[in-house]
Structure formats: structure tokens, C-alpha cells
Design a protein around this ligand. Structure first.
Ligand code: RFL
Ligand code: PHB
Length: 391
């Protein structure tokens, strides 16, 4: 087999890249370790920046999102038992975010790929190998149903997430990595119950962080901060609801509707960047190159902006025979990534309980939150980062 761009991973970055390239007439094949159903079963992000929704529109997959997605103009910050609204739209000159699940984005992109008859290899397992990307003839090898396959290509896009094979294939000496691991994770629960508030609530409490999010007017997604070594099996649904309730303000506590979980899982929190994002003819994009803690809702949105830059670079290569876009790809991405890393680290530090910080740390967080909701300048900083910095 031969293609122009071999894409490793059918998560949002791989599928979005495939769609953008297809629209520009660049041939591509996606190779995914898992089945499509497995990829769709992972409950993750819920908040899309306008940069991301514009990209989905650009490649013709935005219709369902505009029908079912929820436009949010603000968020609520809960601290010292009270909620305070941040009016993002007013503070950013009219910008808002779209609440629409990553599962739905992935579904829409998979559906578009299927409708166009584009080649996608699922269930390649751990067999995927990347070869020759330091030469002009890269190759991707994999085994499926006991049969060995080889794809010759011009470029490889490593869109295979934090644990993927792409970053691991680059010689360690060619990469510099930066990492911060937080001493806690998020226990998340999805349930068919109406959300406690019509906007997202980010809560700083003496028992730890909590987040009230949603997927639709009848489906809620809630999170509570738990220690890093916590096991999801130790949490019954009842224990989760009790803990969440204890972190809410009295009015929200009263409004909270509980129900059986559709999904429950723990995500560790980490900040991570690998530089540079290109080695020869292999480009890294999305979680393969960087991770942010989910507090700022930036992971999926960064994946989208990487892929926007990468598709432009590859299209420039084929259309204009220019390597300028590829040469600048890593630097262009990293400028935006580090700003999102900073914001995600800051918002995580402000909202979570850190074991070593003590009462003094709690008081400082409350003072900063009080400043944030009382100062237009401070609230604007939060709002413009939350809705997304320009490309
Ligand atoms: P993904 O989604 O991990 O997809 C990578 C794909 O590659 C496959 N793969 C391989 N394929 C072939 N060969 C191999 N050897 C392979 N190894 C792996 C995997 O099976 C998978 O299908 O990475 P991608 O596409 O870069 O997308 C990144 C996003 O998924 C991620 O950044 C977000 O989910 C982060 N995130 C959030 N981002 C937001 O922008 N807004 C949010 O509100 C938000 N909330 C979240 C989040 C992440 C969370 N968790 C669980 C970490 C909330 C949570 C709880
Ligand atoms: C979610 O709905 O899953 C979600 C929303 C906002 C975040 C993180 C996750 O910051």
C-alpha cells in the first residue's frame, strides 16, 4: 500500500487531520490500535473553543454539533460556599465555548470518514512500527488478523496520544521533555440526570476540587478530586454523589439530581511537553506531544490547533512545493501549547487542594478567587484564556 500521509491514531487529532487533508486533496490512511467502538467508549473532553468548532465547520463535520451542542457564555466559580459567575462573553468581546462531548466529535469525524470511503485500519493492536522517517521513504508496518502489512508514505503524523508508539520511536536524545505530575486525579461520573446548573461550576472547597459539567440538558458529567493512588472500585455511585454534594453550595446541593452511573473512571493529572514536535518526516500532534491537566479544558483544543498547523504545512508541501510550514510547525505549535500549559497549571493550582499547602494555602486560594471575581482585569485574563487564545 502507498499513501501520502500515514496517520497513527484515530482519536480526535488523527481523525481531524485526516479530514482536513482529504478536503485539500491529500491522500491519507489512519491506523488505530483499538476498535472504533472502544475509541468511542472513552469519555473525555466536553468543552470546545471557537477555534475548534471553526475547524470542524471548515472540514464539513459541524452540522450535528450546531444542532446538539450547547453554547456557554459563562462559567461559575464556587468558593467559600458561594457561586460567582464569570461572564466570558462580556469580558472577551462576544466569545463563548461549545459544550459538546469528545465522543460526539469523534463519532462525527468517523462518520464523515466512512461516508467518503477513506481508508482506516482499526484493531492494529501493539503491532504498529514506524520506519525510515529520518529518510525520504518512511514506512508504517502493522499486523492485522495475523497478516503483516506495510504502508509506504511521504510523511507520518503521530496522533496516537500520550502512550502511543510515535513519540517512543524518536531517539530519546533528540527530544527534550518537561513534566509535572500532580498528587491527585479526577474521579468522573456520567449519568442521565439534568445538570445542577445551566453553566459549568468549578468548585474550590476544603474537601478538594469538584466540577459540574454536562453533555446535554439531560446528561451530566461530574468530577471530584481524589488522591492520585485512589481506585475507582472503592467508589460506589452513592459514595460519589455524597462526596460531590458535600462540595457544593446549599442551593446546588438542593438541586442536585442523582442517578445510576453510565460511566465512572479516574484520570491522573499531569502537565507534559515534548520538544521539538518534528523529527525528519514524523510529526507529533495532540496528546502524543503534550498533556495538560483537564481543569482548563484545553487538551482537545490544543490537539485541534496542532492539526490545523500540520495540515497547512502538509498542504503547502504538496501545493506549493514549500517546506516553510513543516520547518516552522514545531515552533508555531509550541508557542500556543506553552500558553495553554501555563493557564492549565495556574487554574489547577488555584482550584485544587494540595496536601502540603495547609490552611495557609487554602486562604491564599480564597483570596485569589475573591480578587478574580472582583477585578475586571483578573476576570478578563481567565475569560480570554478559557475561551481560547487566537491561533
Ligand atoms: P487520544 O484521544 O488519546 O487518541 C489517540 C489515539 O491513538 C491510539 N493509539 C494508537 N494507535 C495505533 N498504534 C498505537 N501504538 C497507538 N497507541 C495509541 C489510541 O487508541 C487513541 O485512539 O489523543 P488525541 O487525538 O491527541 O486527542 C487528545 C484528547 O483526547 C485529549 O487532549 C482530551 O481528551 C483532554 N481533555 C479535555 N480536553 C479539552 O479540550 N476539553 C476538555 O473539557 C477536556 N476534558 C480531557 C478532559 C481529558 C480527560 N482525561 C480522561 C484525560 C477530561 C478528562 C477527564
Ligand atoms: C467535561 O465536561 O468533561 C469537562 C469540562 C470542563 C473541563 C474538563 C472536563 O475543564
Amino acid at each position: 500500500m502507498r499513501t501520502q500521509v500515514a496517520i497513527i491514531g484515530a482519536g480526535p487529532s488523527g481523525l481531524l487531520l485526516g479530514q482536513l487533508l482529504f478536503k485539500a486533496g491529500v491522500d491519507n490512511i489512519v491506523i488505530e490500535r483499538q476498535s472504533a467502538a472502544y475509541v468511542l467508549g472513552r469519555i473525555r473532553a466536553g468543552v470546545l473553543e471557537q477555534v475548534t468548532t471553526d475547524l470542524l465547520d471548515e472540514c464539513g463535520v459541524g452540522a450535528r454539533m450546531h444542532r446538539h451542542g450547547l453554547l456557554h457564555d459563562g462559567i461559575e466559580l464556587l468558593f467559600k460556599g458561594e457561586r460567582h459567575r464569570i461572564d466570558m462573553r462580556a469580558l472577551t468581546g462576544g466569545k463563548s465555548v461549545m459544550v459538546y462531548g469528545q465522543t460526539e466529535v469523534t463519532h462525527d469525524l468517523m462518520e464523515a470518514r466512512r461516508a467518503e470511503g477513506l481508508a482506516t485500519v482499526y484493531e492494529a493492536g501493539d503491532s504498529v512500527r514506524l520506519q525510515g522517517f529520518d529518510s525520504a521513504q518512511p514506512k508504517v508496518c502493522y499486523v492485522r488478523d495475523g497478516q503483516a502489512h506495510e504502508i509506504e508514505c511521504d510523511f507520518i503524523a503521530g496522533c496516537d496520544g500520550y502512550h502511543g508508539v510515535s513519540r517512543a520511536s524518536i531517539p530519546a536524545a533528540a527530544l527534550k521533555t518537561y513534566e509535572k505530575v500532580y498528587p491527585f486525579g479526577w474521579l468522573g461520573l456520567l449519568a442521565d440526570v439534568p445538570p445542577v446548573s445551566h453553566e459549568l461550576v468549578y468548585a474550590n472547597t476544603e474537601r478538594g476540587f469538584a466540577l459540574c459539567s454536562m453533555r446535554s440538558p439531560t446528561r451530566s458529567r461530574y468530577y471530584v478530586q481524589v488522591p492520585a493512588d485512589e481506585k475507582v472500585e472503592s467508589w460506589t455511585d452513592e459514595a460519589f454523589w455524597d462526596e460531590l454534594r458535600s462540595r457544593l453550595d446549599p442551593q446546588a446541593r438542593e438541586r442536585l439530581v442523582t442517578g445510576p452511573s453510565l460511566e465512572k473512571s479516574i484520570a491522573p493529572l499531569r502537565s507534559f511537553v515534548a520538544e521539538p514536535m518534528r523529527f525528519g518526516r514524523l510529526f507529533l500532534a495532540g496528546d502524543a506531544a503534550h498533556i495538560v491537566p483537564p481543569t482548563g479544558a484545553k487538551g482537545l483544543n490544543l490537539a485541534a490547533s496542532d492539526v490545523k498547523y500540520l495540515s497547512s504545512a502538509l498542504v503547502e508541501h504538496y501545493r506549493d512545493h514549500s517546506s516553510a510550514g513543516s520547518d516552522h510547525y514545531s515552533d508555531r505549535c509550541l508557542r500556543r501549547i506553552w500558553k495553554a500549559e501555563r493557564f492549565s497549571w495556574w487554574f489547577t493550582s488555584l482550584m485544587h487542594k494540595f496536601p502540603e499547602a495547609g490552611d495557609f494555602g487554602q486562604k491564599l486560594q480564597e483570596a485569589e478567587l475573591d480578587y478574580l471575581v472582583g477585578s475586571k482585569a483578573a476576570a478578563t485574563t481567565l475569560a480570554e484564556n478559557y475561551v481560547g487564545l487566537p491561533l
